[in-house]
Each structure stands twice: as C-alpha cells, then as structure tokens.
Ligand binder design. Structure first.
Ligand SMILES: [Zn+2]
Length: 73
C-alpha cells in the first residue's frame, strides 16, 4: 500500500491475469522477464504495479484480438 509518488514506492508487481509477480523487485527485472502492460496501480492492495506476466501474455493478447482464433479457411 503506497499513496505517495511512484518514485517513493517499492516496486511490487502483480499479474492482471494470475497472482504471479511477487518475485519481481524492479521495473527492469519485469521487462527482462517479458512482462508487458506494466502500469502504476496505487489502488491495488497487493502491489504498486499491475502488468501481464509472460505466462499470461499470449492469452491476454489473444483475448484482445477478437476473432483471430477463427480461421476463415
Ligand atoms: Zn499471469
């Protein structure tokens, strides 16, 4: 829980799709591990940032592209 500026907060991250992220300690580490869509989330009770972890990225990107799973062929 942190209500100050993001520069004053420890970097804690949670996945928007699952509960991964508790081992991430920096923004750079998250990027290096393949996290995407990382956003400052001061309202979250469990972390200061929310993103999409590498395991969920494919599912998340798939869900945002409606109809891609259907092959017109
Ligand atoms: Zn995840």
């Amino acid at each position: 829980m942190c209500i100050q500026s993001e520069h004053g907060c420890p970097f804690t991250l949670v996945c928007a799709q699952c509960d991964a992220g508790d081992h991430i300690t920096s923004y750079d580490q998250a990027l290096a591990e393949g996290w995407t869509r990382i956003e400052f989330a001061p309202d979250l009770p469990m972390a200061n940032y929310v993103g999409v972890c590498p395991d969920c990225r494919e599912d998340f990107e798939g869900l945002t592209q409606d109809g891609k799973s259907e092959r017109p062929d």
